[in-house]
Design a protein around this ligand. Structure first.
Ligand code: EAX
Length: 342
């Protein structure tokens, strides 16, 4: 009897240990643990972005973290990786497939290489203001564009915002397109942005964001273009003398996850992620606006020569050939529909 009892005890011990071991391995990155509460699997989501930990992206992602952890009763943990610590935007998007990152908050910059149709939004001077952009992106046109990502293996949860991009440089004040002549300007890895600057006579140099500060510091490039909140939170005022508010392109961002990973989640988790991304994205858009209002004057205090009242018409005219070149690819109707959205 004692022997049998002993064997039974050790069997129970073995099973208990096995069950524990199983739980531990599954609750790592993005995969469900099986230990669910009310249908929500226990897991950790690693979210990467390129900007600093004082940026609008970080603020928005902290909100996303708060919402996801709250809505999942702590079953889902969100870990934020700023400063390009998981790579540049293109690299992180590639990482979605191979699992080095679960989610990426990325601008549409690198989308030329993944889902070119989405880059219609990168046409210069396409959007009148942020409200116009939000109307288009949150409406049918924007949702259709997100759908296009799915055939490329990505799920776009919702549109976030980087903001209107402006030119900075170390050579001269830019007040008209001719002032861009010969300037070596870093752009995102985006062929439409590069085409626009070529049309204005600049020398566009595509580069991943994590390399940009050093490239400016060492004079590898003369300048770059980014929204005010990025120029501030990435301390470009330390390595750039001139800022012109060209607002030459509205730059949206997308909260991305791999489609296969998303499809593998329960409907409850899918809805939780979609809702949290939408709510945090709307919050983040307001953060961008507040930061732009707050930091523009402070960039001047930091010693930048800031040109705000620049006549944009000559710039819009100078980039018209970009529309001629790409309207076939995107379709004139789509561009008209975007422009006519009230
Ligand atoms: O999306 O690359 C850039 O200039 C972007 O503004 C940055 O990666 C954030």
């Amino acid at each position: 009897m004692k022997k049998i009892a002993g064997i039974l005890m050790s069997l129970i011990m073995v099973f208990a240990l096995a069950a524990c071991g199983e739980n531990e391995s599954a609750s790592s990155s993005g995969s469900d643990s099986g230990s669910d509460s009310g249908g929500i699997e226990k897991m950790t989501l690693k979210v990467g972005h390129t900007l600093s930990d004082t940026s609008h992206y970080q603020e928005g992602l902290k909100k996303f973290k708060e919402l996801v952890e709250e809505k999942s009763d702590g079953q889902i943990t969100v870990e934020i990786f700023p400063n390009g610590s998981l790579g540049g935007e293109r690299e992180m998007i590639e990482g979605l497939d191979i699992g080095t990152v679960d989610m990426v908050l990325s601008s549409t910059g690198p989308m030329s290489g993944f889902a070119p149709e989405v880059t219609v939004v990168d046409l210069p001077f396409l959007f009148r203001d942020a409200d116009h952009a939000h109307k288009v992106l949150d409406g049918e046109i924007g949702q259709d564009l997100l759908k296009k990502l799915e055939s490329e293996g990505m799920k776009g949860l919702s549109w976030w915002e980087n903001g209107f991009r402006n030119v900075t440089n170390n050579v001269r004040p830019v007040e008209k397109p001719e002032d861009l002549k010969g300037l070596k300007l870093r752009t995102m890895e985006n062929e439409i942005h590069m085409a626009a600057f070529e049309e204005m006579g600049a020398d566009p140099t595509p580069m991943a964001f994590p390399e940009l500060f050093t490239a400016l510091q060492q004079g590898v490039v003369d300048g770059e273009e980014n929204p005010v909140p990025v120029i501030w939170s990435s301390r470009f005022y330390e390595v750039q003398d001139y800022l012109t508010m060209t607002r030459h392109v509205y730059n949206p961002s997308i909260m991305l996850i791999s489609k296969s990973k998303f499809d593998g989640y329960s409907e409850e988790v899918q809805n939780l992620l979609l809702e949290s991304s939408k709510e945090a994205g709307d919050y983040e858009r307001q953060v961008v606006q507040d930061m732009e209002d707050k930091y523009l004057s402070q960039l001047e205090e930091k010693g930048m020569n800031v040109i705000t009242d620049v006549d944009l018409e000559p710039f819009e005219k100078a980039v018209q050939p970009v529309y001629d070149k790409y309207s076939e690819q995107f379709g004139k109707d789509l561009i008209e529909n975007i422009k006519n959205t009230k």
